[in-house]
Design a protein around this ligand. Structure first.
Ligand code: AMX
Length: 433
């Protein structure tokens, strides 16, 4: 069975379920939008549907109902299929085999992508390079071609799936191409047929990996960053653009442009800068007391502590816990990793104190003192020799393509309409009784 066959079996069920729930529950109220919520980024306002994953404030990410901590060992192929179908496929299952076969067929990055990336100014951010590389391939969209030929609405999901598989196959290659161009690492390295998605990405980056542990880290990294329900900036942006029936290339590129922001995916780059700055200041792994002082200094300079806090989570992010476990197994002696641990021991208490201080001054509290996904991943990547920290959000992006695309496919399959919330003016608000 192919992935197309399996999704084709599921589409009627998804449609029936959506229609039934809409019929039975259509009038239920999910939440109220206060004026404060409209000003405040609609934080927590229940107003979107997402089948692929859920983020509970107190336990973090679950993918199709499976808590991340229960499925830490999935390979990215399994992650994508789980997001897409709701089922955990064994690694030797036929859909994993089909995914790998399809990646092998679709992975070659066209030479015009290389030409475009090479023409970009040298100081272009790697995220701008990745997103340009994705966008420039839009001309190959199966969805766009089928739409132009008058495809029926019933069939929208199929060329969306086609585009998604092509994009997933090429995203590691485009990312690796951006890395090698930007940092003068030599010619692009081609996809290796037969090798899994994560190890292929590791290999195309060209990081020496005699132990194979960097490839293991890439598999873990790609698995953990795959999805975080629908309301976060990148998923929301991808969803909104996709809702206009812009194809997967437009939608994913839009989503990843959001991921490039420092309050979102760019945080992993900022975390490492802050970590390295701390170590440089104290000439090696700092003590907990030194970290405490440096953290207060950062906060008093009006900056955030990167990697800590979250719009939804109120506990340690399970993805951080997973990275911590990987680090304990593979690089427990690395001073950088030890610093990640010490920051974890110190920063939540600092943020708690600082939050109380803010409240005394009449400013709002900090809602969450705990580490998010970005607090630990960068140190592990750095450990294996990928030290160009501006590239870290690109790694995150390759993974996040899986969630963005599986959400897009579901929405196309069930016919989610164009997104169009209503805005109001200050004058309108002022007149409220
Ligand atoms: N350091 C210092 N201050 C922080 C803070 C941190 N780590 N986290 C939150 N705060 C501050 C906010 O800046 C805000 O201050 P303000 O009222 O003066 O503007 C106040 O606390 C209230 O914010 P909040 O309700 O706790 O969080 P939020 O939902 O508005 O923002 C987030 C969430 C992630 C943007 C914020 O915690 C932050 O900036 N963290 C650091 C950056 C980071 O790690 N981002 C990555 C998030 C995960 C991801 O998407 N990859």
């Amino acid at each position: 069975m192919t992935i197309e066959d399996r999704v084709g079996e599921l589409v009627p069920k998804w449609r029936e379920e959506r229609a039934r729930i809409l019929e039975e529950k259509g009038d239920h109220i999910l939440g109220e939008c206060t004026v404060a919520a409209a000003f405040g980024g609609m934080r927590g306002l229940k107003s979107m549907i997402c089948e692929t994953s859920e983020v509970d404030a107190n336990v973090g990410l679950s993918i199709r109902g499976h808590f991340l901590l229960d499925i830490l060992d999935l390979w990215p192929e399994q992650t994508f299929l789980l997001l897409l179908t709701g089922e955990i496929e064994p690694l030797d299952g036929e859909l994993v085999a089909d995914f790998r076969r399809q990646m092998d067929v679709r992975a070659r990055v066209p030479s015009y992508v290389f030409d475009v990336l090479r023409a970009m100014p040298k100081d272009s951010h790697p995220m701008a390079m990745l997103n340009t590389g994705i966008l420039v391939m839009e001309r190959e969209s199966a969805f766009r071609a089928a739409y132009a030929e008058g495809m029926s609405k019933e069939d929208y999901w199929l060329p969306t799936l086609e585009d998604s598989l092509t994009l997933l196959a090429r995203a590691p290659g485009v990312a690796a191409m951006a890395y090698r161009l930007k940092y003068d690492k030599g010619e692009p390295i081609a996809w290796t047929p037969g090798l899994d998605w994560g190890a292929n990405f590791a290999k195309m980056l060209g990081i020496p990996d005699p132990s194979g542990d960097f490839a293991k880290l890439m598999r873990v990294f790609l698995h953990f960053h795959c999805d975080h329900e629908a309301g976060n900036v990148s998923a929301n942006a991808c969803h909104t653009v996709g809702s206009a029936l812009s194809d997967a290339y437009y939608a994913v590129s839009a989503g990843l442009n959001g991921l490039a922001g420092p309050l979102h995916g760019l945080a992993n780059q900022n975390v490492l800068s802050w970590l390295l700055e701390t170590m440089e200041r104290f000439g090696g792994a700092p003590t907990n007391e030194q970290i405490r002082d440096f953290a207060f200094e950062t906060l008093r300079a009006g900056q955030v502590i990167p990697g800590y806090g979250h719009p939804v989570l109120r506990v340690t992010d399970p993805r951080f816990t997973g990275f911590l476990r990987f680090g304990q197994q593979h690089c427990a002696d690395d001073p950088l990793f030890q610093t990640v641990n010490r920051i974890y021991e110190t920063v939540p208490k600092v943020l708690e104190e600082y939050s109380a201080e803010r409240e005394r001054e009449g400013r709002g509290p900090i809602a969450n003192f705990w580490p998010n996904v970005d607090a630990g991943s960068g140190a592990l990547i750095y450990h294996y020799g990928l030290t160009e920290i501006a590239f870290y959000t690109v790694l995150f992006s390759v993974s996040r393509c899986m969630g963005l695309l599986s959400q897009l496919i579901w929405n196309r399959a069930v016919g989610t309409p164009i997104t169009r919330p209503k805005s109001v003016s200050l004058k309108f608000l002022d007149k409220l009784a």
